[in-house]
Design a protein around this ligand. Sequence first.
Ligand code: IPD
Ligand code: CA
Ligand code: CA
Length: 254
Amino acid sequence: MKSTLVTAALEAGKILKENFGGNYKISSKEIVSNLVTEIDKLSEKKIIDIIKKDFPDHYILSEEAGALKQDSEFKWLIDPIDGTVNYAHSIPLTCVSIALEKKGEIIIGAVYNPFSGEFFFAEKGKGAFLNDKKIIVSAEDELRRSLLVTGFPYNSSSYKPDPVNTFKKFLMQDIPIRRLGSAALDLCWTACGRFEGFWEYNLNAWDVAAGYLILTEAGGQVTDLKGNEFSVYGKEILASNRLVHRQMIEVLQS
Ligand code: IPD
Ligand code: CA
Ligand code: CA
């Protein structure tokens, strides 16, 4: 299963690279700013074909194709391009994210940015890796010395709670914040110590499943925004190097 997942991520990454900046079709989903390109579909088809060839009986949940239900203890969670808006604007900060769930637990995950060549990988209980080198979260334990990252829902104008209020709470502590445009990379960049923490509303299982495993295997902590147990199906996420987690919750609750 590990080699299927790695092959699928690498092959899909090739598709992203080959078509980058090209003349492909771009359409909007239910909100004009939420894009899907022909390359999302090509990448997704390649991943699903590779998985189905090796595991025809497994359940697949993929962003564009939806739920390809099967009565299986295994479920693949696929984001064929995480950071589609970046991709459609020829910004090479984007990736392929694939995770495998077994009986409700994420057991392997990969996040691959073919433009930087960074391949993040984790297997439950076996640590997290960036291009085969073990990674761990940052050792910073003070929120005021931290660098945070976040993202905003496509429907921010109507989303409750107001994501800008939350953003403001951190900003008013004079804490620097970045917005990369890929939740999977946000989690992986926290896993390898570039960021201390990440939060976001309204995400889906395919955005976070692989990054969640990679971050927790790198020593990080992931909960909902109140500090409760995390579920990839739970929409909101608070992820950190563990050391600033409580301080982030205090700011969120302020
Ligand atoms: C999006 C990215 C972005 C996040 C959005 C996601 P997509 O995924 O992860 O960072 O802010 O909420 O939907 O649409 O590029 O796959
Ligand atoms: Ca996504
Ligand atoms: Ca996507």
